[in-house]
Write a protein that binds this ligand. Structure first.
Ligand code: N01
Length: 561
């Protein structure tokens, strides 16, 4: 057992003795930990977290691939609900590396004494709503069943690894790894012929690090991608002091911003400035680095001609950096507007292609045909490899939820209810699944936002809702079909007002997983606007939800209709 947590045996006994809780939370990442803290320590509920890993961290527990680093700036990638946590914790770099984030989450878990209520090394295998008892019964792979009035899924948006089912994959005699299921002991690439499939945010972080020790690294690229230098650096003492002293101001900015970052999107439009000025602005933003680049103009995601100016600038940077013209052509041949797929940020990604041991294969021209015993075979021939790294992303936003085996009212499964794509109200609830809350679910800003900001808002909204239910003696909450339809339409409407759906192969649309319905999943209306909508719904007595109470003769009556 790691991290000083309670042993699985102790936990099993405790849960076995008392398998009835007020709330069961699935997942012990940023969301699940904070949800536990609020429900247990603020509301005084009996709450239990079920967690697959043997430690806290969620996404960060699993994504231990080489180069794994957060793309949000460290001073904003923290819980902001507690001044004490903000004052005590100190990040070391502009962007924290995966081990530092796991250390941070362990620090928080210990500080708030969370681990005693987290059951590690336990996966939920089914969650059924028992209508008569108004309880969720959650079955686990340890053979237990725990039950609770409230079920909160805090499973993360990017935690169900997508390992493509390429013919022959299992015949490969070397080693293969998915970046989201990385071995804890690490992988030694020294002297190995490595192939990496995928050039999303993850792949772009991994390439420079793998290239340092591998004999050769062959990158199999299906879709060329933009990337902006992170310009990572150790934090100065001056900055550290400023971040601590300015936490209220930083919180205000993050809450006011579209993407929950500690900077606002500029008011100016691309064509408000001359071509020379624009070039200077882009050059400066490139030097500053990171996700701030896309905040330079307000219309980058709304006006294709405006977006083209950023896209052209970034493509020209690739051609400038990558010396081999053939490699440069493959890497800069990008087919979607800038930032319509999640924009990666990197440390020396394009520069790495100037190494003799690194090559790129354009899968658009020569697709993968199969994986053989000895490597990857494209339509152009075979690449012999010792190790294959799948940086192929996730069954995002819905994958982990649909794996939970959720069965709602009248025996309807979540998988059936979402057959044609996820349908939620505010990303937090679905029709037919009373008292089931989804943290940063589809239909909420989630992955379009700096995650801790999105998480804090959702977790607090859920805690406030549960507090009201407990105070007012409400048994159930569930959205109306009308509210869900209205919200799904609104999610589509705001997405369609942007260029985001133009990246037809984006995981935002579920397009990276064969057979997945093509639905734009996150809410693109901005975090600040979303927060206002959620607050308004609560202020109007949970408008769009039915809150109901069972009467003495077992009739159910709506109390806010
Ligand atoms: O996954 P991705 P990711 N054959 O889906 C390719 C967050 N994140 O893990 O674009 C060949 O973006 C696929 O090609 P295509 C962040 O939100 C955060 O990189 O589908 N190639 C693509 O190139 C991010 O967006 C951070 O054509 C195949 C790549 O694999 C999200 O996680 C760090 C293929 C997958 O890219 C996901 O990023 C990293 C196939 N069969 C990630 N299947 C931090 O902030 C897929 N691909 C730290």
């Amino acid at each position: 057992m790691t991290n000083g947590s309670t042993s699985a045996a102790e936990q099993t006994t405790r849960a076995g003795d008392a398998g009835r809780y007020d709330a069961v939370i699935i997942g012990a990442g940023f969301s699940g930990m904070y949800q536990l803290h609020l429900l247990r320590d603020r509301l005084g509920l009996k709450a239990r977290v079920i967690e697959r890993g043997d430690g806290v961290g969620g996404t960060w527990y699993w994504n231990r691939y080489p180069g794994a680093r957060c793309d949000s700036e460290s001073h904003s990638y923290s819980y902001y609900f507690s001044d004490e946590l903000l004052k005590e914790w100190q990040w070391s770099e502009r962007y924290p590396q995966q081990p530092e984030i796991v250390r941070y989450l362990n620090y928080v878990a210990d500080k708030l004494d969370l681990k005693r209520d987290i059951q590690f090394e336990t996966s939920a295998t089914a969650a059924r709503y028992d209508e008569k008892a108004n309880l969720w019964r959650v079955e686990t792979d340890t053979g237990e069943t725990v039950s609770a009035k409230y079920l909160i899924t805090a499973v993360g948006c990017l935690s169900s690894a997508n390992v493509p089912d390429i013919p022959g994959r299992d015949s490969f005699k070397g080693q293969w790894y998915h970046t989201g299921q990385w071995p804890h002991e690490g992988v030694d690439f020294t002297g190995k012929r490595v192939g990496q499939i995928g050039t999303g945010s993850t792949g772009i972080q991994a390439v420079p690090v793998i290239a340092e020790t591998a004999k050769t690294l062959t990158v199999f690229q299906r879709t060329a991608n933009y990337s902006i230098p992170a310009q990572n650096h150790p934090l100065s003492d001056e900055f550290k002091t400023w971040a601590k002293d300015s936490r209220d101001e930083i919180r205000r900015t993050m809450h006011a911003s579209t993407n929950g970052h500690p900077f606002l999107i500029s008011e100016r439009k691309v064509f408000d400035v001359s071509a020379e000025e624009r070039k200077a602005i882009y050059e400066k933003a490139w030097e500053v680095g990171g996700l701030r680049f896309r905040a330079e103009f307000q219309d980058l995601l709304f006006d294709k001609a405006a977006n083209d100016t950023a896209a052209d600038f970034l493509k020209s940077k690739i051609r400038e950096i990558v010396k081999d013209p053939q490699k440069a052509k493959v890497l800069s041949d990008i087919d979607h507007p800038f930032a319509t797929k999640r924009p990666p940020i990197d440390t020396g990604y394009f520069e790495t292609y100037n190494r003799d041991n690194v090559s790129v294969v354009n899968l658009r021209e020569t697709p993968i045909v199969e994986i053989t015993e000895t490597g990857v075979k494209t339509s152009d021939g075979e690449y012999e490899l010792d190790i294959i790294v799948f940086a192929t992303g996730f069954d995002a936003m819905t994958g982990s939820l649909l794996k939970l085996g959720i069965v709602g009212r009248d025996g309807v499964t979540l998988n059936k209810a979402w057959e044609a794509g996820p349908r939620t109200y505010l990303g937090v609830q679905a029709v037919g699944f009373p008292n089931l809350f989804t943290i940063t679910g589809p239909g909420s800003p989630s992955v379009l936002c700096n995650m801790p900001v999105a998480i804090e808002q959702h977790v607090e909204w859920v805690a406030n809702c549960i507090e009201k239910m407990e105070t007012d003696g409400i048994d159930r909450i569930e959205p109306t079909e009308e509210a869900v339809t209205g919200w799904v339409d609104h999610v589509n409407e705001v997405a369609n007002a942007t260029l985001l759906p133009q990246a037809g192969h984006s995981w935002y649309l579920g397009a990276n997983v064969p057979g997945k319905p093509r639905v734009f999943m996150p809410y693109a209306g901005g975090m600040a606007r979303f927060r206002g909508i959620c607050d308004g719904v609560a202020a109007k007595g949970y408008e769009g939800f039915v809150l109901s109470r069972d009467s003495a003769d077992s009739r159910t009556e709506a109390v806010n209709a």
